[in-house]
Write a protein that binds this ligand. Sequence first.
Ligand SMILES: COc1cc(/C=C/C(=O)SCCNC(=O)CCNC(=O)[C@H](O)C(C)(C)COP(=O)(O)OP(=O)(O)OC[C@H]2O[C@@H](n3cnc4c(N)ncnc43)[C@H](O)[C@@H]2OP(=O)(O)O)ccc1O
Ligand code: AKG
Ligand code: FE2
Length: 361
Amino acid sequence: MAPTLSTVQFADPAEVTEFVVNKGNGVKGLSETGIKALPDQYIQPFEERLINKFVNETDEAIPVIDMSNPEEDKVAEAVCDAAERWGFFQVINHGVPLEVLDNVKAATHRFFNLPVEEKSRFTRENSLSTNVRFGTSFSPRAEKALEWKDYLSLFFVSETEAEQYWPDACKNEALEYMNKSKTMVRKLLEYLGKNLNVKELDKTKESLFMGSIRINLNYYPICPNPDLTVGVGRHSDVSSLTILLQDQIGGLHVRSLSSGNWVHVPPVPGSFVINIGDAMQILSNGRYKSVEHRVLANGSNNRISVPIFVNPKPESVIGPLPEVVANGEEPVYRDVVYSDYVRYFFKKAHDGKKTIDFAKI
Ligand SMILES: COc1cc(/C=C/C(=O)SCCNC(=O)CCNC(=O)[C@H](O)C(C)(C)COP(=O)(O)OP(=O)(O)OC[C@H]2O[C@@H](n3cnc4c(N)ncnc43)[C@H](O)[C@@H]2OP(=O)(O)O)ccc1O
Ligand SMILES: O=C(O)CCC(=O)C(=O)O
Ligand SMILES: [Fe+2]
Protein backbone atom coordinates (compact mmCIF):
# COMPACT_ATOMS: atom_id res chain seq x y z
CA MET A 1 0.00 0.00 0.00
CA ALA A 2 1.19 3.56 -0.68
CA PRO A 3 2.66 5.34 2.33
CA THR A 4 0.42 8.06 3.75
CA LEU A 5 1.09 11.34 5.52
CA SER A 6 0.69 9.62 8.86
CA THR A 7 3.46 7.13 8.05
CA VAL A 8 5.90 9.35 6.15
CA GLN A 9 7.36 12.59 7.51
CA PHE A 10 10.26 14.44 5.98
CA ALA A 11 12.50 16.36 8.35
CA ASP A 12 14.79 17.68 5.64
CA PRO A 13 15.44 17.55 1.87
CA ALA A 14 17.88 14.64 2.18
CA GLU A 15 15.06 12.48 3.51
CA VAL A 16 12.94 13.32 0.49
CA THR A 17 15.75 12.27 -1.84
CA GLU A 18 16.23 9.06 0.14
CA PHE A 19 12.50 8.27 -0.10
CA VAL A 20 12.04 9.21 -3.76
CA VAL A 21 15.32 8.32 -5.45
CA ASN A 22 17.09 5.74 -3.28
CA LYS A 23 14.11 3.85 -1.83
CA GLY A 24 12.37 3.78 -5.22
CA ASN A 25 9.11 5.45 -4.18
CA GLY A 26 9.49 7.95 -7.00
CA VAL A 27 7.56 11.19 -7.19
CA LYS A 28 4.42 9.06 -7.48
CA GLY A 29 5.07 7.78 -3.94
CA LEU A 30 5.80 11.32 -2.77
CA SER A 31 2.63 12.68 -4.35
CA GLU A 32 0.60 9.92 -2.71
CA THR A 33 1.82 10.87 0.77
CA GLY A 34 -0.43 13.91 0.34
CA ILE A 35 2.52 16.27 0.52
CA LYS A 36 1.23 19.86 0.44
CA ALA A 37 4.30 21.82 -0.65
CA LEU A 38 6.94 21.14 -3.27
CA PRO A 39 10.22 19.99 -1.66
CA ASP A 40 13.08 22.40 -2.28
CA GLN A 41 15.05 20.15 -4.59
CA TYR A 42 12.20 20.24 -7.15
CA ILE A 43 12.13 24.04 -7.36
CA GLN A 44 13.46 24.93 -10.79
CA PRO A 45 15.31 28.19 -11.48
CA PHE A 46 12.84 30.92 -12.49
CA GLU A 47 13.89 30.85 -16.16
CA GLU A 48 13.21 27.11 -16.47
CA ARG A 49 9.61 27.31 -15.29
CA LEU A 50 6.99 27.42 -18.00
CA ILE A 51 5.49 30.76 -17.16
CA ASN A 52 2.09 31.29 -18.71
CA LYS A 53 2.94 34.46 -20.57
CA PHE A 54 5.22 32.53 -22.95
CA VAL A 55 2.50 30.04 -23.71
CA ASN A 56 -0.82 30.19 -25.58
CA GLU A 57 -0.30 33.81 -26.61
CA THR A 58 0.05 32.40 -30.05
CA ASP A 59 -2.14 30.49 -32.48
CA GLU A 60 0.86 28.54 -33.74
CA ALA A 61 0.34 24.77 -33.79
CA ILE A 62 2.43 21.83 -34.91
CA PRO A 63 1.08 20.17 -38.09
CA VAL A 64 -1.39 17.27 -37.87
CA ILE A 65 -0.81 14.87 -40.78
CA ASP A 66 -3.36 12.32 -41.99
CA MET A 67 -1.62 9.08 -43.04
CA SER A 68 -4.74 7.35 -44.43
CA ASN A 69 -3.14 7.24 -47.89
CA PRO A 70 0.55 6.81 -47.10
CA GLU A 71 1.58 6.42 -50.76
CA GLU A 72 0.34 9.88 -51.71
CA ASP A 73 3.14 12.38 -52.39
CA LYS A 74 1.42 15.02 -50.32
CA VAL A 75 1.81 12.90 -47.16
CA ALA A 76 5.56 12.50 -47.70
CA GLU A 77 5.85 16.22 -48.48
CA ALA A 78 3.94 17.21 -45.34
CA VAL A 79 6.17 14.99 -43.18
CA CYS A 80 9.43 16.34 -44.65
CA ASP A 81 8.19 19.92 -44.48
CA ALA A 82 7.22 19.48 -40.80
CA ALA A 83 10.60 17.85 -40.06
CA GLU A 84 12.38 20.89 -41.52
CA ARG A 85 10.18 23.66 -40.14
CA TRP A 86 8.97 22.26 -36.82
CA GLY A 87 10.87 19.08 -36.01
CA PHE A 88 7.52 17.96 -34.56
CA PHE A 89 4.15 16.85 -35.94
CA GLN A 90 1.20 14.65 -35.04
CA VAL A 91 -0.07 11.77 -37.18
CA ILE A 92 -3.60 10.42 -37.37
CA ASN A 93 -4.92 7.35 -39.26
CA HIS A 94 -1.44 5.87 -38.95
CA GLY A 95 -2.51 2.22 -39.13
CA VAL A 96 -1.52 1.21 -35.58
CA PRO A 97 -4.65 -0.35 -34.02
CA LEU A 98 -6.18 1.87 -31.34
CA GLU A 99 -6.52 -1.19 -29.08
CA VAL A 100 -2.73 -1.50 -29.02
CA LEU A 101 -2.48 2.10 -27.81
CA ASP A 102 -5.15 1.58 -25.15
CA ASN A 103 -3.41 -1.59 -23.99
CA VAL A 104 0.00 0.04 -23.54
CA LYS A 105 -1.56 2.98 -21.67
CA ALA A 106 -3.36 0.54 -19.35
CA ALA A 107 -0.10 -1.40 -18.88
CA THR A 108 1.71 1.81 -17.97
CA HIS A 109 -0.81 2.50 -15.20
CA ARG A 110 -0.59 -1.14 -14.11
CA PHE A 111 3.22 -0.95 -13.79
CA PHE A 112 3.27 2.34 -11.86
CA ASN A 113 0.45 1.13 -9.58
CA LEU A 114 2.56 -1.82 -8.42
CA PRO A 115 3.78 -1.70 -4.82
CA VAL A 116 7.17 -0.03 -4.39
CA GLU A 117 8.83 -3.38 -3.56
CA GLU A 118 7.84 -4.66 -7.02
CA LYS A 119 8.91 -1.56 -8.96
CA SER A 120 12.18 -1.39 -7.03
CA ARG A 121 13.24 -4.70 -8.56
CA PHE A 122 13.95 -2.63 -11.68
CA THR A 123 15.98 0.27 -10.25
CA ARG A 124 19.54 0.81 -11.48
CA GLU A 125 20.85 -0.93 -8.34
CA ASN A 126 18.50 -3.93 -8.46
CA SER A 127 17.64 -4.57 -12.08
CA LEU A 128 18.89 -7.89 -13.43
CA SER A 129 19.45 -6.23 -16.81
CA THR A 130 21.05 -2.88 -17.70
CA ASN A 131 18.41 -2.70 -20.45
CA VAL A 132 15.62 -2.30 -17.90
CA ARG A 133 15.65 0.69 -15.59
CA PHE A 134 12.98 2.15 -13.29
CA GLY A 135 13.93 5.66 -12.22
CA THR A 136 12.86 9.16 -11.41
CA SER A 137 13.64 12.62 -12.78
CA PHE A 138 16.26 12.44 -15.58
CA SER A 139 19.73 12.20 -14.14
CA PRO A 140 19.25 12.78 -10.38
CA ARG A 141 22.94 12.62 -9.53
CA ALA A 142 23.77 15.34 -12.07
CA GLU A 143 20.77 17.64 -11.58
CA LYS A 144 20.71 20.77 -9.43
CA ALA A 145 16.90 20.71 -9.54
CA LEU A 146 14.95 17.46 -9.94
CA GLU A 147 12.09 16.88 -12.36
CA TRP A 148 8.59 15.71 -11.39
CA LYS A 149 8.54 12.44 -13.36
CA ASP A 150 9.08 8.70 -12.86
CA TYR A 151 9.93 6.38 -15.72
CA LEU A 152 10.51 2.81 -16.76
CA SER A 153 13.02 2.54 -19.61
CA LEU A 154 13.16 -0.62 -21.75
CA PHE A 155 15.93 -1.06 -24.30
CA PHE A 156 14.98 -3.75 -26.82
CA VAL A 157 17.59 -6.42 -27.47
CA SER A 158 15.45 -9.43 -28.44
CA GLU A 159 12.03 -10.93 -27.71
CA THR A 160 13.75 -13.58 -25.57
CA GLU A 161 15.62 -10.99 -23.50
CA ALA A 162 12.45 -8.92 -23.09
CA GLU A 163 10.47 -11.99 -22.07
CA GLN A 164 13.07 -12.73 -19.38
CA TYR A 165 13.74 -9.25 -17.96
CA TRP A 166 10.94 -6.78 -18.75
CA PRO A 167 8.30 -6.44 -16.00
CA ASP A 168 5.32 -8.79 -16.37
CA ALA A 169 2.95 -5.88 -15.75
CA CYS A 170 3.75 -4.30 -19.12
CA LYS A 171 6.06 -6.44 -21.27
CA ASN A 172 3.51 -7.92 -23.68
CA GLU A 173 1.80 -4.61 -24.27
CA ALA A 174 5.08 -2.70 -24.71
CA LEU A 175 6.35 -5.31 -27.19
CA GLU A 176 3.10 -5.27 -29.13
CA TYR A 177 3.13 -1.48 -29.27
CA MET A 178 6.71 -1.54 -30.54
CA ASN A 179 6.06 -4.24 -33.14
CA LYS A 180 2.79 -2.80 -34.43
CA SER A 181 4.39 0.66 -34.86
CA LYS A 182 7.22 -0.58 -37.07
CA THR A 183 5.40 -0.22 -40.42
CA MET A 184 4.55 3.40 -39.67
CA VAL A 185 8.09 4.12 -38.45
CA ARG A 186 9.57 2.62 -41.62
CA LYS A 187 7.25 4.66 -43.78
CA LEU A 188 8.16 7.90 -42.01
CA LEU A 189 11.87 7.10 -42.35
CA GLU A 190 11.41 6.29 -46.05
CA TYR A 191 9.82 9.71 -46.64
CA LEU A 192 12.58 11.47 -44.73
CA GLY A 193 15.32 9.44 -46.43
CA LYS A 194 14.02 9.95 -49.99
CA ASN A 195 13.98 13.71 -49.44
CA LEU A 196 17.70 13.42 -48.56
CA ASN A 197 18.44 11.45 -51.76
CA VAL A 198 18.57 8.14 -49.86
CA LYS A 199 17.06 5.83 -52.47
CA GLU A 200 16.08 2.96 -50.21
CA LEU A 201 16.23 1.87 -46.59
CA ASP A 202 18.75 -0.91 -47.19
CA LYS A 203 20.48 -2.75 -44.32
CA THR A 204 23.09 0.00 -43.80
CA LYS A 205 20.53 2.79 -43.70
CA GLU A 206 18.19 0.70 -41.58
CA SER A 207 20.85 0.27 -38.91
CA LEU A 208 21.59 4.02 -38.97
CA PHE A 209 17.99 5.17 -38.86
CA MET A 210 16.30 2.41 -36.87
CA GLY A 211 19.00 0.06 -35.59
CA SER A 212 17.87 0.16 -31.95
CA ILE A 213 14.69 0.85 -30.03
CA ARG A 214 14.07 2.12 -26.52
CA ILE A 215 10.58 2.42 -25.01
CA ASN A 216 10.00 4.60 -21.97
CA LEU A 217 6.86 4.55 -19.86
CA ASN A 218 6.58 7.99 -18.24
CA TYR A 219 4.47 8.81 -15.19
CA TYR A 220 3.85 12.40 -14.06
CA PRO A 221 1.90 12.37 -10.77
CA ILE A 222 -0.16 15.23 -9.37
CA CYS A 223 2.22 17.94 -8.18
CA PRO A 224 1.59 20.23 -5.16
CA ASN A 225 3.12 23.38 -6.77
CA PRO A 226 3.24 22.71 -10.52
CA ASP A 227 4.26 26.29 -11.39
CA LEU A 228 7.56 25.95 -9.51
CA THR A 229 8.82 22.82 -11.25
CA VAL A 230 8.71 20.85 -14.51
CA GLY A 231 7.63 17.35 -15.54
CA VAL A 232 10.52 17.22 -18.01
CA GLY A 233 12.97 20.06 -18.53
CA ARG A 234 14.01 21.59 -21.87
CA HIS A 235 15.74 19.00 -24.03
CA SER A 236 15.91 17.51 -27.48
CA ASP A 237 15.81 13.74 -27.91
CA VAL A 238 18.96 11.93 -28.97
CA SER A 239 17.00 9.47 -31.13
CA SER A 240 16.65 9.57 -34.90
CA LEU A 241 12.87 9.68 -34.53
CA THR A 242 10.59 9.60 -31.48
CA ILE A 243 7.03 8.27 -31.58
CA LEU A 244 5.12 9.51 -28.57
CA LEU A 245 1.78 8.31 -27.28
CA GLN A 246 0.28 10.74 -24.77
CA ASP A 247 -2.93 10.48 -22.77
CA GLN A 248 -5.70 13.11 -22.68
CA ILE A 249 -4.16 15.37 -19.99
CA GLY A 250 -1.75 17.52 -22.03
CA GLY A 251 1.32 19.45 -20.92
CA LEU A 252 3.90 18.82 -23.66
CA HIS A 253 5.28 22.07 -25.12
CA VAL A 254 7.51 22.51 -28.15
CA ARG A 255 9.74 25.48 -28.95
CA SER A 256 8.66 27.04 -32.25
CA LEU A 257 11.64 27.42 -34.59
CA SER A 258 10.10 30.47 -36.24
CA SER A 259 8.99 32.51 -33.21
CA GLY A 260 10.76 30.96 -30.21
CA ASN A 261 7.36 30.62 -28.46
CA TRP A 262 6.48 27.54 -26.43
CA VAL A 263 3.60 25.87 -28.27
CA HIS A 264 1.33 23.34 -26.57
CA VAL A 265 0.84 19.95 -28.23
CA PRO A 266 -2.86 19.28 -27.66
CA PRO A 267 -3.81 15.64 -27.09
CA VAL A 268 -5.54 14.30 -30.22
CA PRO A 269 -7.25 10.97 -29.48
CA GLY A 270 -5.69 8.06 -31.39
CA SER A 271 -2.75 10.14 -32.64
CA PHE A 272 1.02 9.94 -32.21
CA VAL A 273 3.30 12.90 -31.66
CA ILE A 274 6.38 12.42 -33.83
CA ASN A 275 9.63 14.31 -33.40
CA ILE A 276 13.02 14.43 -35.03
CA GLY A 277 15.91 13.59 -32.70
CA ASP A 278 19.54 14.74 -32.66
CA ALA A 279 20.77 11.68 -34.58
CA MET A 280 18.53 12.61 -37.53
CA GLN A 281 19.59 16.25 -37.32
CA ILE A 282 23.21 15.10 -37.57
CA LEU A 283 22.59 12.57 -40.38
CA SER A 284 20.70 15.19 -42.39
CA ASN A 285 23.45 17.78 -41.76
CA GLY A 286 20.92 20.04 -40.05
CA ARG A 287 18.15 19.86 -42.66
CA TYR A 288 15.77 18.15 -40.22
CA LYS A 289 15.57 19.77 -36.79
CA SER A 290 15.52 18.14 -33.37
CA VAL A 291 13.62 20.71 -31.40
CA GLU A 292 13.56 21.64 -27.72
CA HIS A 293 10.52 20.43 -25.82
CA ARG A 294 9.42 20.17 -22.21
CA VAL A 295 6.52 19.00 -20.08
CA LEU A 296 4.56 20.96 -17.48
CA ALA A 297 3.81 19.47 -14.10
CA ASN A 298 0.09 19.24 -13.33
CA GLY A 299 -1.66 20.18 -10.09
CA SER A 300 -4.85 18.18 -10.56
CA ASN A 301 -4.21 15.15 -12.79
CA ASN A 302 -1.76 12.30 -13.12
CA ARG A 303 -0.41 12.04 -16.67
CA ILE A 304 1.31 9.27 -18.64
CA SER A 305 3.16 9.18 -21.94
CA VAL A 306 4.89 6.36 -23.81
CA PRO A 307 7.69 7.38 -26.19
CA ILE A 308 9.37 4.92 -28.54
CA PHE A 309 12.87 6.19 -29.28
CA VAL A 310 13.99 4.91 -32.68
CA ASN A 311 17.77 5.17 -32.79
CA PRO A 312 20.92 4.20 -34.65
CA LYS A 313 22.61 1.05 -33.35
CA PRO A 314 24.81 1.97 -30.34
CA GLU A 315 27.98 1.08 -32.29
CA SER A 316 26.98 3.05 -35.43
CA VAL A 317 29.12 5.97 -36.45
CA ILE A 318 26.83 8.89 -37.22
CA GLY A 319 27.68 11.96 -39.25
CA PRO A 320 26.20 13.82 -42.23
CA LEU A 321 25.08 11.25 -44.84
CA PRO A 322 27.18 11.00 -48.05
CA GLU A 323 23.96 11.58 -50.03
CA VAL A 324 23.49 14.92 -48.29
CA VAL A 325 27.01 16.28 -48.67
CA ALA A 326 27.56 14.85 -52.19
CA ASN A 327 26.60 18.18 -53.74
CA GLY A 328 29.43 19.99 -51.98
CA GLU A 329 27.42 21.03 -48.90
CA GLU A 330 29.81 21.67 -45.97
CA PRO A 331 29.37 19.13 -43.14
CA VAL A 332 28.26 20.85 -39.94
CA TYR A 333 28.81 17.75 -37.76
CA ARG A 334 31.71 15.36 -37.30
CA ASP A 335 31.43 11.58 -37.14
CA VAL A 336 30.65 10.29 -33.64
CA VAL A 337 29.98 6.83 -32.21
CA TYR A 338 26.31 6.89 -31.31
CA SER A 339 26.71 5.29 -27.84
CA ASP A 340 29.31 7.98 -26.95
CA TYR A 341 26.75 10.60 -27.92
CA VAL A 342 24.01 8.98 -25.79
CA ARG A 343 26.30 8.53 -22.78
CA TYR A 344 27.17 12.23 -22.97
CA PHE A 345 23.42 13.08 -23.02
CA PHE A 346 22.59 10.89 -20.02
CA LYS A 347 25.43 12.00 -17.78
CA LYS A 348 24.34 15.66 -17.53
CA ALA A 349 21.10 17.38 -16.60
CA HIS A 350 18.71 18.47 -19.34
CA ASP A 351 20.18 21.52 -21.02
CA GLY A 352 18.03 22.34 -24.02
CA LYS A 353 19.78 21.94 -27.34
CA LYS A 354 23.32 21.79 -25.97
CA THR A 355 23.91 18.05 -26.44
CA ILE A 356 24.38 18.43 -30.17
CA ASP A 357 27.41 20.68 -29.63
CA PHE A 358 29.19 17.39 -28.84
CA ALA A 359 29.06 16.58 -32.57
CA LYS A 360 29.47 20.09 -34.03
CA ILE A 361 32.57 20.77 -36.12
C1 LIG B 1 14.81 9.33 -18.61
O1 LIG B 1 14.24 10.54 -19.01
C2 LIG B 1 14.38 10.96 -20.29
C3 LIG B 1 14.89 10.20 -21.32
C4 LIG B 1 14.99 10.74 -22.60
C5 LIG B 1 15.54 9.93 -23.64
C6 LIG B 1 15.63 10.36 -24.89
C7 LIG B 1 16.16 9.50 -25.93
O2 LIG B 1 16.28 9.93 -27.05
S1 LIG B 1 16.50 7.88 -25.46
C8 LIG B 1 17.27 7.12 -26.81
C9 LIG B 1 18.67 6.86 -26.42
N1 LIG B 1 19.27 5.92 -27.29
C10 LIG B 1 19.50 4.67 -26.90
O3 LIG B 1 19.25 4.27 -25.80
C11 LIG B 1 20.08 3.73 -27.91
C12 LIG B 1 21.53 3.53 -27.77
N2 LIG B 1 21.88 3.01 -26.45
C13 LIG B 1 23.15 2.97 -26.05
O4 LIG B 1 24.04 3.35 -26.78
C14 LIG B 1 23.43 2.42 -24.68
O5 LIG B 1 22.37 1.65 -24.23
C15 LIG B 1 23.70 3.54 -23.62
C16 LIG B 1 22.47 4.40 -23.42
C17 LIG B 1 24.88 4.41 -24.09
C18 LIG B 1 24.06 2.91 -22.29
O6 LIG B 1 25.13 2.05 -22.49
P1 LIG B 1 26.07 1.50 -21.32
O7 LIG B 1 27.13 2.49 -21.00
O8 LIG B 1 26.48 0.13 -21.71
O9 LIG B 1 25.03 1.33 -20.15
P2 LIG B 1 24.87 1.94 -18.72
O10 LIG B 1 26.16 1.75 -17.94
O11 LIG B 1 23.64 1.29 -18.24
O12 LIG B 1 24.58 3.51 -18.85
C19 LIG B 1 25.55 4.52 -18.73
C20 LIG B 1 24.90 5.75 -18.14
O13 LIG B 1 23.85 6.21 -19.00
C21 LIG B 1 22.73 6.63 -18.23
N3 LIG B 1 21.57 5.82 -18.59
C22 LIG B 1 21.60 4.63 -19.18
N4 LIG B 1 20.36 4.25 -19.49
C23 LIG B 1 19.53 5.22 -19.06
C24 LIG B 1 18.13 5.41 -19.10
N5 LIG B 1 17.33 4.52 -19.66
N6 LIG B 1 17.60 6.53 -18.58
C25 LIG B 1 18.38 7.45 -18.01
N7 LIG B 1 19.75 7.35 -17.96
C26 LIG B 1 20.29 6.23 -18.47
C27 LIG B 1 23.10 6.57 -16.82
O14 LIG B 1 23.66 7.80 -16.42
C28 LIG B 1 24.19 5.53 -16.82
O15 LIG B 1 25.07 5.67 -15.79
P3 LIG B 1 24.71 5.07 -14.33
O16 LIG B 1 25.92 5.32 -13.53
O17 LIG B 1 23.51 5.81 -13.83
O18 LIG B 1 24.40 3.62 -14.51
C29 LIG B 1 14.55 12.06 -22.80
C30 LIG B 1 14.04 12.81 -21.76
C31 LIG B 1 13.96 12.27 -20.51
O19 LIG B 1 13.50 13.01 -19.44
O1 AKG C 1 5.76 13.19 -21.87
C1 AKG C 1 5.88 13.81 -22.90
O2 AKG C 1 4.94 14.34 -23.48
C2 AKG C 1 7.26 14.00 -23.51
C3 AKG C 1 8.34 13.20 -22.84
C4 AKG C 1 9.67 13.41 -23.47
O3 AKG C 1 9.95 14.43 -24.03
C5 AKG C 1 10.67 12.31 -23.42
O4 AKG C 1 10.44 11.30 -22.73
O5 AKG C 1 11.72 12.45 -24.09
FE1 FE2 D 1 11.73 14.16 -25.27
